[in-house]
Design a protein around this ligand. Sequence first.
Ligand SMILES: [Ca+2]
Ligand SMILES: [Ca+2]
Ligand SMILES: [Ca+2]
Ligand SMILES: [Ca+2]
Length: 240
Amino acid sequence: MKKHIFKVAFLVMFSLIISIPGIHAAPFTFDDTAIYWPTWNNNTIDDTRDVIGVPNFSGGYGTVEDGYLTEVYFEWSGGGHILLQEPGDLFIDAGADQEWDYVLTRTGLIYDFEFSMAQDGTDQYYQLTQRDIDWSGYDVREWHPVWFENADDVASVGTVQVSGDLSQPSGTVAFTDFAFSGIPGVYLGGEDFIIGFTAKCANDAIYESVTNPVPEPATMLLLGSGLAGLFGFRRKFNQK
Ligand SMILES: [Ca+2]
Ligand SMILES: [Ca+2]
Ligand SMILES: [Ca+2]
Ligand SMILES: [Ca+2]
């Protein structure tokens, strides 16, 4: 009887271990250490201020699974504004080589398109904050990229769910539930990558280089807890 119970416990534990072989989820976090994206200073007092008014992004977090980016979250506090409801687009530089490779738009589309992040003649791929047009009467970070301008009319390769309402005093902007057609995903491989993002007014820009995270040893953790559980069970059993 005793042996039989151990056999069953072992089989349950073993099936748990082998049922999750393909998942290598690796979480990452990032801070907000940048004032503006490289080369996108506007030569005003803006260049010295991380936050102009609201909101204040503090950084965020996300997940890489088997070399593919699967979700990104941005956290903000310090206030919101009704005009800011709509977030900026999410720009990803795979390889951290100053060329964007992917754009995930606030409207829910994913583009696989390489272009320079620098203010160097490829500016037609950006929609910039323009005080006179969008922000008359407001103090904002002028002439900074906010959204992707699809100047070459490239086709999107996927969709993304975007949530988060920057009119609220604090919260999270989430890019999740990626789905693709034609490409397998937002591929990062094992390389470092850069995340670019800002609010509609570019009042606080995110530009963070992220070290590609190491996968969590999910299988080993489970094996460890399974063995610990079995050991505890056995001790209890022997006490009787
Ligand atoms: Ca900030
Ligand atoms: Ca790149
Ligand atoms: Ca300004
Ligand atoms: Ca910032």
